[in-house]
Design a protein around this ligand. Structure first.
Ligand code: NAD
Length: 431
């Protein structure tokens, strides 16, 4: 099949590449000349394990090309995927300006029947909006569809190639057939429904996962007061198949480009139809508070943060990504600095992006340089480099043996054995 993917970000580039890998002819279009030039030169603008190799393979096979020219990109395509950003507006609503611009452009360029599929996460009703925009520009026949994306950054290729389901929102048999055929190689369960339901499935899924995270974080906060251990609570809960063990790791709260924005957006979607989505409003509040608990833990260990060197290990909102959008580290570092602390940070891949969003951020190239002479070490991302750290060496190079761990990386026994003051999430403090 001939496919055009508009937007070569985390979603567009990964799905375009995976669709080419199953034998389709894919053209990825982006208006960012720098990104397209990089991709044409075999460079990948984002960090995502396995992506470089897969792009290379399919470019070599002549199935995957990149362009900034939408007219060329969509000319031969039967299916056009729209995967541009839908960032939050100031008030929490999803900003549809990129989607609407793309819909206009498609309408102006449409030369024969195509299915225009929204992969971006968009508020319920956007599919119909896209249809109206395209219709206002052309008399050529077309269908719109929704095919929300569920990949996780950091394992995006794996998630796409092993997708647990594909959701297809359609209003014609033709669109259903094309999209079902496209998903056949992935041997996955295909949920065919109407466009509004497909759009809602995406928001409901993310809001539910965010709820699980805030729920276990609140349990953790209670555990700290009652001598219970949240990691064991989560294990005991997770073995119940009605609950499941995933998304029950207590920590510093969710971040990234999806959960914060999608929870805010679904609250707005509900608001616009006169419904108060109480559960998710509280999920958001709990999540924001959780970030600042890390600073409270630092204060508890150090007293004042004034003039103290805090070594922050991990900046990305989770391991294996360089995405800094809405990473909890941003708020946490700003707060530490506001209280007079000096921050030196380390992240294996996200440091450059972090410097763009955290003003005056100082980073070091190596964990041990970062923690050297530190008054406290603050772990914010459970990178494998952190899990493999040499604790004896840590003890030697820090000024004070204080670790505040927002990811529960270490066992309490190990911390006791090495003689650290160790405050983690939902477990007893070792001191
Ligand atoms: P991104 O910001 O990484 O990429 C968007 C790309 O679209 C950019 O490269 C931008 O230059 C390009 N673009 C914008 N307007 C364009 C236009 N008119 N023509 C061509 N290209 C244009 O975004 P992302 O993280 O890939 O997310 C895309 C969508 O997918 C969002 O709606 C997001 O909510 C959703 N989503 C993201 C993830 C994720 O993990 N990142 C997962 C599931 C769903």
């Amino acid at each position: 099949m001939n496919i055009c993917v508009i937007g070569t970000g985390y979603v567009g580039l990964v799905s375009g590449t995976c669709f080419s890998d199953t034998g389709n002819q894919v053209t990825c279009v982006d208006l960012d000349q720098r990104k397209v030039d990089m991709l044409k030169n075999g460079e990948i603008p984002i960090y995502e394990p396995g992506l470089k190799e897969l792009v290379e393979k399919n470019v070599k096979a002549g199935r995957l090309t990149f362009t900034t020219n939408l007219t060329d990109g969509m000319k031969e395509a039967e299916v056009i995927f729209v995967a541009v950003g839908t960032p939050p507006k100031e008030n929490g609503e999803a900003d549809l300006q990129y989607i609407e611009a793309v819909a206009s452009q498609i309408g102006e360029q449409l030369n024969d029947y195509k299915v225009i599929v929204t992969k971006s996460t968009v508020p319920v009703g956007t599919g119909q909006k896209i249809k109206d925009i395209i219709k206002s520009k052309t008399n050529v026949e077309f269908d719109v569809a929704s095919n929300p994306e569920f990949l996780r950054e950091g394992s995006a290729i794996y998630d796409t190639q092993n997708m647990e389901r594909a959701v297809i929102g359609v209003e014609s048999k033709k669109a259903e057939e094309l999209l079902t055929k496209l998903h056949e190689p992935f041997q996955t369960e295909v949920v065919v429904t109407n466009i509004e339901t497909a759009e809602m499935i995406k928001y409901a899924s993310n809001a539910f996962l965010a709820t699980k995270i805030s729920f276990i974080n609140e349990i953790a906060n209670i555990c700290e007061q009652v001598n219970a251990d949240v990691t064991e609570v989560a294990r005991g809960m997770g073995l119940d198949s009605r609950i499941g063990s995933k998304f029950l790791q207590a920590g510093i709260g969710y971040g990234g480009s999806c959960f914060p924005k999608d929870t805010r957006a679904i609250i707005k979607i509900a608001e616009q139809v006169g419904y108060d989505f109480k559960v998710v409003r509280n999920v958001e509040e709990v999540n924001n508070d959780q970030r600042y608990r890390m600073v409270e833990k630092l204060k508890q260990a150090l007293g004042s943060l004034e003039g103290k060197k805090i070594a922050v290990i991990g900046l990305a909102f989770k391991p294996n990504t360089d995405d800094m959008r809405d990473a909890p580290s941003i708020d946490i570092i700003r707060e530490i600095k506001k209280l007079g602390g000096e921050v030196v940070a380390f992240d294996p891949v996200a440091s450059d992006n972090a410097k763009k969003v955290i003003e005056g951020l100082v980073t070091a190239a190596d964990i041990y340089d970062t923690i050297s002479e530190a008054d406290a070490v603050l772990i914010l991302t459970e990178w494998k480099e952190v899990q493999q750290i040499d604790l004896a060496k840590v003890k030697k190079v820090v000024k004070e043996p204080i670790i505040i761990d927002g990811r529960n990386v270490f066992s309490l026994d190990a911390m006791e054995q090495y003689g650290f003051y160790y405050d983690s999430i939902g477990r007893k403090t070792v001191d």
